[in-house]
Ligand binder design. Sequence first.
Ligand code: 3PG
Length: 305
Amino acid sequence: MKILVATQKPFAPAAVDGIREVVKAAGHELVLVEKGTKDDMIKAVADCAGLIVRSDKVDKEVLDAAKELKVVVRAGAGYDNIDLAEATAHGVCVMNTPGQNSNAVAELVFGMLVYLLRNRFDGTSGSELKDKTLGIHAFGQVGRNVARIAKGFGMKVSAFDPFVKDEAMLAEGVTPIHSIEELYKENQFVSLHIPATKDTIKSVNKALIDLMPKNAVLVNAARKEVIDEDSLREALETRTDFKYVADVKPDIAAELQEKYGNRVLFTPKKMGAQTAEANIKAGIAAAEQVVANLKDGWNKFQVNK
Ligand code: 3PG
């Protein structure tokens, strides 16, 4: 059977080699479409039984064209790029690869923070992370890695996640917080790790940002959609102490950079998971999951029903 890897943002070459090995060892054929258009994906997927993507859109058009398709694996965590209802309607199993790229995302959070707090290494005096308060908004795989690294910096770490028990946070030296308002109120730094869903899109708004203490820094290595950009503009305008750091840039990035240059920092492309290690882990896990699904319907990480 054919398995298509279609990625706008290509995997590291070592990850592609690893994926190819897994696919070949299972007796399948790898089709690779890197930096292609949607049309390229649509053409290539027509006779494929498996599909591996990253943030690449898998919508009705792609699924309609994929007559042989049985399984899509998103090599990564967030699957907001995949139309789950359409996949279900087409009888296609969708899985993600939880945890495989989370350390890479967490490390980038601190890379961006240090760069911002040291004034982009421009020679002027900056500030430190030690002893500062960090609130983690959603304590999933990335949130946990952020907590581990933050403790190394000597930060005071707390987290809000209604789906995680207090004991799980306490076991990792993280103070549980039970309301979203309290999370923003108590922490100078807040790091977002919520998925983009209909409930979370635009949910981080001015009301929350306004609760943050002096010299607040909001970090978004999750999805740009979870921030309400009008609120973000207003917060930057009205609070001259507020800073915003994001992987990846908001739609209004150019305007924000022009007006508040030194208080905002954005990656031009989503960079969180773009390391050789994360690519290899997520890519190979994706290949193994596709192969296992094609073999006997294995679906441990299925996200559609
Ligand atoms: C994820 O959801 O796993 C991350 O956002 C990484 O996305 P990417 O594979 O497009 O870099």
